[in-house]
Write a protein that binds this ligand. Structure first.
Ligand code: SF4
Length: 387
């Protein structure tokens, strides 16, 4: 990986050095990439409105000469952000679903627990722009404790997603303490966490951190790679350390114009993820937050990409494409079930063939359901069948 000269390995490989030396100015960035006068001015203009920071590790992955480098598009501010003024500040209305400051409670059985607003790098498309990077500090102990207290007094919560910001930027000691307190709550069955550090700061995945995580199982971790070039030997080693600590890994990708809105790029991404034993989990439709319109694609483009994956990769390599809304995630899938025709259903296969499958009309519904529930799923009926 090309990196500026005179940085000793022991610094480069130290996650705290990486954080202390994050790039936050045009001058620093120019140690890694060449910038035209217009791009330089765009960064300066956008950074007066939106926060930015990039780890030296991630900057060293960028193409020095290509202004359209997909890694640059994700992290380097641009003048386009100032032209994209459409979009809500908090598109998922998280603040309306926050019984206490650090908690977002949308689904009955699980919560998102935001413990910090700090991230190693600030992605240009972040849907938590209203919150992430605001103070540049972790939540106070009192605020975190208020979140734990809410979880403890809400027995319906069996699954806690520890999130942020990036929760793995907590010190090992604070993380150990937090996970221990959550684990002590009897009704909390699983703890999940979301972290982009394996992609933007793989040095953070130290043996000591893995030891902390392994003390509090079951812990699941979803990470966040958007482009195949992000899957480096360093990232692969970080994921391997987590897996060896017994932490199952999934990946959440955001669909981004000029980054991964191309079936071949997405196919390569999922193949590289599978090769490092990270399961492709979600592709998120990019939220409309101020400054993000130039990075968004249509939902139809997303459906076309997911359709292009099916049949061309391992079944569990096809992530679920979702639109997040204030009321939960909505799965978006190409239509394969074309309809019912008498006692058959008509389906379309991945390569476009039509298949008719004998399909009984159930006289009784599954336990706890009404026949009307099945009727609702029988749409379109004969008349609506397009086959
Ligand atoms: S890592 Fe996640 S939370 Fe942090 S800025 Fe990027 S998208 Fe937002």
């Amino acid at each position: 990986m090309p990196r500026p000269p005179r940085i000793p390995d022991r610094d480069w490989e130290d996650w705290r050095w990486q954080l202390r030396n994050r790039i936050t100015s045009v001058g620093d960035l120019e140690r890694y990439v060449d910038l035209s006068e217009g791009v330089r001015a765009g960064i300066q203009a956008a950074s007066s409105q939106y926060r930015w920071a990039i780890t030296p590790y991630y900057a060293a992955l960028m193409d020095r000469d290509d202004p359209d480098c997909p890694l640059r598009r994700q992290q380097v501010p641009s003048a386009q952000e100032l032209a994209d003024d459409l979009g809500a500040e908090d598109p998922l209305l998280e603040r309306d679903h926050s019984p206490v400051d650090a908690i977002v409670h949308v689904y009955p059985d699980r919560v998102a627990f935001k413990i910090t607003n700090v991230c190693p790098t600030y992605c240009r498309y972040c849907f938590r722009e209203y919150f992430v990077g605001n103070t540049g500090q972790h939540h106070t102990r009192a605020k975190v404790q208020a979140g734990i207290d809410y979880i403890a007094r809400t027995p319906a919560i069996r699954d806690v997603l520890v999130t942020g910001g990036d929760p793995l930027l907590f010190s090992d000691e604070r993380l150990d303490d937090l996970l221990g307190r959550l684990r002590a709550i009897e009704h909390v069955q699983i703890i999940r966490t979301g972290s982009r550090t394996p992609c933007t700061l793989p040095q953070r995945i130290t043996p000591e951190l893995c030891e902390v995580l392994s003390r509090h199982h079951p812990i699941w971790l979803n990470t966040h790679f958007n482009h195949p070039d992000e899957i480096t030997p360093e990232a692969a080693s970080a994921c391997d350390r987590l897996l060896r600590a017994g932490v199952p890994l999934g990946n959440q990708t955001v669909l981004l114009k000029g980054v991964n809105d191309d079936p071949q790029v997405m196919l390569e991404l999922v193949h590289r993820l599978l090769a490092i034993r990270v399961r492709p989990y979600y592709i998120f439709q990019c939220q409309l937050v101020a400054g993000t319109a130039h990075l968004r694609t249509s939902i139809e483009s997303g459906l076309a990409i997911v359709q292009a994956l099916r049949g061309h990769t391992t079944g569990f390599g096809v992530p679920t494409y979702v639109l997040d809304t204030p009321y939960g995630k909505v799965p978006l899938a190409p239509q394969y079930l074309l309809g019912r025709s008498g006692d058959e259903v008509v389906v379309r296969t991945w390569d476009g063939r039509i298949w008719r499958e004998p399909n009984p009309l159930d006289s009784s519904p599954p336990a706890g359901m009404a026949l009307a529930d099945l009727d609702a799923l029988r749409q379109p009926t004969d008349s609506g069948c397009r086959a």
